[in-house]
Design a protein around this ligand. Structure first.
Ligand code: ADP
Ligand code: MG
Length: 364
């Protein structure tokens, strides 16, 4: 069984930096989990603890049923792919892929079978005699993947494996990594700071900040029901619009109010927040969750028009800031034009102003 369990795991470096703070997380056998967060939030440290490259300062880490806090890396059934690829420059592609198997004293026939099988799968079988310096970045990345695949590990660890590739290649490699997970039928733990990559790949995403887990959930749950302002703004591009204001009572329920901007919140939210009128809040509206509506409450002059091919984003001066709303392509807009938008009330996010906690989707 290749499930992974962190029980109150803390990593404190000698410098005193707490890179991971009381992490409790269970990763199921064959699950694809993505650790997502900004640089320095503790993603690599978490992965390195699974690999055994960093020891655990406090708490317990289990692979399957075994407590592995003190198990050395080579005795763990894991393989890791690094952002830097970490290939041996003087060895051929074949020998780079075979290296881990040679170290483990596999028979030559078995090595040959596995190396060729992985190379075929990654479409690098024509490159087995080359040296890493004779490969493109994408090909090197495949060699690094091949080296991990041939080990047939129970757990596959990847630390920003696509960060050094250009944008187009990154997107096609995403699909390949997803397919790899499906054919290998092993547990994948994948680190990235790229929210789109996380949304595409993950069964579940773990959003981290400052060594602390912010939210764990399916891509859909994280995107649709972010637990706080940080998670809401980290996922989505362009990011969610955040308008500070306060709750207020109107004839037919609660509204969000900031000066002239008054947005009805709908019955469900009004009932949920009935005791909170006048509370300072932040209204969150994703750019794609609005539609043009001449009587809509979110209105203002167009400050920017950003076509992105499939559709376009309008930057609008609203509630004393620039907000971005998506509209269909084809329709022409001019700077300075006044436009008005509505959002379905079920699509609105409401956060507490001081803590940033989502007031509609509080989770334990
Ligand atoms: P991420 O992978 O999310 O960018 P890391 O896990 O690499 O973050 O780092 C988390 C925190 O731990 C950062 O503050 C980083 O500076 C610190 N850190 C990482 N490695 C070491 C180390 N070997 N010694 C001291 N501090 C470290
Ligand atoms: Mg890192």
């Amino acid at each position: 069984m290749a499930n992974i369990r962190f029980d109150q795991v803390t990593k404190r470096f000698a410098s005193g930096v707490v890179a991971v703070d009381k992490l409790s997380l269970e990763i199921a056998d064959r699950e694809f989990v993505v650790l997502l967060g900004p640089s320095g939030c503790g993603k690599s440290t978490t992965l390195n603890m699974i690999a055994g490259l960093e020891d655990v300062s406090e708490g317990s880490l289990y692979l399957g049923d075994a407590l592995v806090n003190h198990v050395p890396p080579h005795a763990r059934d894991v393989a890791m792919v690094f952002q830097s690829y970490a290939l041996y420059p003087h060895k051929s592609v074949y020998e780079n892929i075979a290296f881990g198997l040679r170290m483990r004293k596999f028979a030559q026939e078995e090595i040959d079978r596995r190396v060729k099988d992985a190379a075929r799968r990654l479409e690098i079988n024509e490159l087995l005699d080359r040296k890493p310096s004779q490969l493109s970045g994408g090909q090197r990345q495949r060699v690094a993947l091949g080296r991990a695949i041939v080990r047939q590990p129970a757990v596959f660890l990847m630390d920003e494996p696509l960060s050094n590739l250009d944008a187009a290649l990154r997107i096609s490699m995403r699909a390949e990594i997803k397919a790899l997970h499906q054919t290998m039928r092993t547990t994948f733990v994948y680190v990235t700071h790229d929210q789109a990559e996380a949304l595409t790949l993950a069964d579940r995403i773990v959003v981290m900040k400052d060594g602390l887990v912010q939210q764990v959930g399916t891509p859909d749950a994280i995107y649709e029901r972010p637990r706080n302002v940080f998670v809401a703004s980290f996922l989505g591009n362009p990011p969610i619009n955040l308008l500070p204001g306060h709750l207020d009572r109107a004839a037919d329920g609660l509204v969000f109010r900031q000066g002239e901007v008054v947005v009805p919140l709908g019955r469900a939210s009004s009932e949920k927040l009935a005791g909170d009128a006048n509370r300072p809040i932040v209204l969150g509206v994703r750019p794609e969750d609005v539609h043009l509506d001449p009587s809509g409450p979110l209105r203002g002059a167009i400050q920017s028009v950003l076509p992105v091919g499939s559709d376009q984003y309008l930057g609008i001066e609203c509630a004393q800031q620039q907000v971005f709303f998506r509209v269909a392509k084809g329709q022409a807009f001019r700077l300075g034009d006044h436009v008005a938008f509505s959002a379905a009330t079920a699509r609105l996010h409401l956060f507490e102003q001081t803590s940033g906690v989502n007031l509609l989707h509080e989770q334990p």
